[in-house]
Design a protein around this ligand. Structure first.
Ligand code: GDP
Ligand code: MN
Length: 387
């Protein structure tokens, strides 16, 4: 789950990372009010869950409340990388001397948190990483010891930070790390962390990604999710207790178990490739979990079918406690509830798979086919999608 800039900076601030004291507006009039309260130059910033807002014209300076209102009315409603701007953050303007990059993330290969700093802040850090990777200084953290002061000093030295700023920098790095750990983040990024004309450090931008699997430990963070800013299907799926991720292919996949879902996707992709079908392959990852009851299957079908690219559906269910006959009846019932205008191929394995297949064949529904193996099912689905 990604947090907006204003939410990320609020979280940073709670952990003692200095941030501008701004407020969020949803209308130009509110922007005017806030700019008036702040006084002087402000910056109007689009709040969308993507980077590169500056380049896209979503970050604008305003010298007065009137200007702030004008900039806000331009930015609100604007589209940045396909996302509509519904909110703007009004921050006091900063006097920027230098922009630094500072972030904590997980290094999965090293199996520990990683702090990264760079003097080339403000710009696209992926680009810096590609073109001049040695401009990024890295420190792995032993999770049992936490961030040691010498490590923060190494970062400060590595980015050639003026010596008088080291104490502030070490404090910020240490607090950012605490914030990262305490909230189960997978990313806590400040880009830019700026050196102001007055010689202080302040986090002008913030990006936090929370680990969805740890959210149950942070009930206070759950409401920060902006459901307007994510694909509608993903919201519906989460509410129905389904694990769903939208992809680019043309075959909707409905599977129980994450590992089986990945296998299903791989085989489908492989077959589509071998047949030379362009755009062939999985349209989504979907784990319906245990049970595969009719109402869950119906919801999953609705979500899959809301994607116009879907030309066939492949259902792959391995029965353990879940019984094949029960799944088959569930599918037929779900097909009564949901209008399905694309072919649906069902592959059942495990407990009562035979019975399940029989039920599907005897139902004699034109759009519904059964297959005995995953390979056969994927082949049928790919062919059906091809039309
Ligand atoms: P991003 O483009 O989505 O990463 O948005 P940022 O919040 O990082 O803003 C982009 C750029 O706008 C920053 O790198 C700064 O150069 C500039 N910027 C942001 N806030 C201020 C501000 O208060 N004053 C000035 N002068 N520039 C700012
Ligand atoms: Mn930024």
């Amino acid at each position: 789950m990604n947090l907006h800039e204003y939410q990320s900076k609020e979280l940073f601030s709670q952990f003692g990372v200095p941030t501008p004291k701004g407020k969020v507006a949803t209308t130009p009039d509110e922007a005017y009010q806030i700019a008036q309260e702040i006084g002087g130059t402000v910056v109007v910033k689009a709040q969308v869950l993507t980077g590169g807002r500056g380049k896209a014209g979503g970050v604008k300076l305003a010298k007065s409340a009137d200007e702030a209102k004008a900039r806000a009315s331009e930015i609100l409603g604007m589209k940045i990388k396909g996302l509509t701007v519904n909110k703007v953050l009004i921050d006091p303007g900063a006097d920027i001397k230098q922009e630094i990059y500072l972030a904590v993330t997980n290094d999965r290969a090293a199996r520990r948190p990683l702090l990264m700093a760079s003097a080339a802040g403000g710009m696209d850090i992926e680009q810096v990483n590609r073109e001049t990777p040695d401009k990024i200084i890295r420190e792995h953290v032993n999770p049992f010891l936490g961030l040691r002061e010498y490590q923060a000093r190494n970062l400060a030295a590595g980015i050639q930070l003026p010596h008088e700023l080291w104490t502030q920098f070490i404090q910020i790095a240490s607090n950012l790390y605490k914030c990262f750990i305490a909230n189960d983040c997978t990313l806590a990024e400040i880009n830019p962390l700026v050196i102001t004309g007055a010689g202080t450090l302040i986090a002008l931008d913030g990006k936090v990604t929370l680990d969805d699997n740890a959210l149950m430990r942070h009930p206070d963070l759950v409401p920060l999710r902006d459901t307007q800013a994510e694909p509608i299907e993903e919201t519906q799926a989460r509410e129905a207790g389904l694990n769903f991720i939208k992809l680019d292919g043309n075959i909707g996949c409905m599977v129980n178990g994450a590992g089986l879902a990945m296998t299903t996707m791989d085989i489908t992709m492989d077959i589509a490739k071998k047949m030379g079908i362009e755009g062939g392959g999985p349209a989504n990852f979907l784990d319906v979990g245990g049970g595969a009851k009719a109402d869950k299957v119906a919801t999953a079908l609705r979500i899959i079918l809301s994607d116009p690219k879907v030309k066939a559906i492949l259902m792959n269910i391995f029965g353990g406690i879940t019984r094949g006959d029960e799944v088959a009846r569930g599918v037929i019932q779900a097909m009564n509830e949901v209008q399905i205008n694309v072919p649906l191929v069902v592959r059942l394995a495990g407990t009562n798979a035979e019975e399940g297949r029989k039920i599907i064949e005897e139902a004699n529904i034109p759009n519904l086919q059964s297959a005995a193996t995953l390979y056969e099912a994927a082949q049928k689905a790919v062919l059906a999608a091809k039309g």
